[in-house]
Design a protein around this ligand. Structure first.
Ligand code: ZN
Length: 195
């Protein structure tokens, strides 16, 4: 029985749990995974550059320095990539991360080969702004501003919580990023991708 419609794909509860445990056991990271669509399924965008002013640039620089100063061995590979590319990981994902440059541009950094790409899935770019503002509270300016035209998330019914068999989905994040609603353009695109 498909009980959760996440990212437009029917996902079974067992699969969600497996994803969650795989993330914890194999990736060894505490950060909650988002269930993202494969990038090829949604319009690709060139790394979006949010409006950043000099104060924001300074905050991004400081956040990166703080991140690079961490010692958690589970993050060592990403720290090396972050240092090499001068990008702050603001959205951890299965095979890499979305990295924020000090001028606000975002890039996909592959953990597999360390490569850098400006092509970022629009959905991932949206979630990155949400997650980045959570991981680095000083970067609160990244968080998208919810406006009245945002569409209620159909996956969580606006609660922002993933519910699996009547219980909150723990370490799994909803496709809305936990906000409970989505910008209308993004919502329309995600809706069109539904099977
Ligand atoms: Zn939601």
């Amino acid at each position: 029985m498909a009980i959760h419609d996440c990212t437009g794909l029917r996902v079974r509860a067992g699969e969600l749990r497996r994803l969650e445990s795989t993330w914890s056991a194999v990736a060894g990271r505490a950060d909650p995974p988002f269930l993202l669509r494969p990038s090829s399924l949604i319009g690709r965008i060139v790394g979006r550059t949010p409006d950043v002013n000099e104060e924001h640039r300074n905050l991004i620089r400081l956040a990166l320095a703080r991140y690079l100063g961490q010692v958690d061995p589970r993050e060592a590979v990403w720290r090396d990539l972050a240092r090499r590319h001068s990008l702050l990981p603001i959205l951890p994902d299965w095979t890499g991360f979305v990295g924020l440059r000090e001028d606000g541009a975002v890039f996909w950094v592959s953990e597999d080969d360390g490569s850098l790409s400006p092509d970022i899935d629009e959905h991932a770019a949206h979630l990155a702004k949400i997650r980045g503002s959570e991981l680095f509270p000083e970067l609160a300016f990244l968080a998208p501003t919810v406006s009245p035209d945002w569409v209620q998330c159909w996956s969580c019914g606006g609660s922002g919580r993933v519910i699996i068999e009547g219980k909150a989905g723990g370490n799994i994040r909803c496709l809305c990023g936990g906000i409970g609603s989505l910008p209308p353009d993004l919502a329309a695109r995600l809706r069109r991708m539904r099977p």
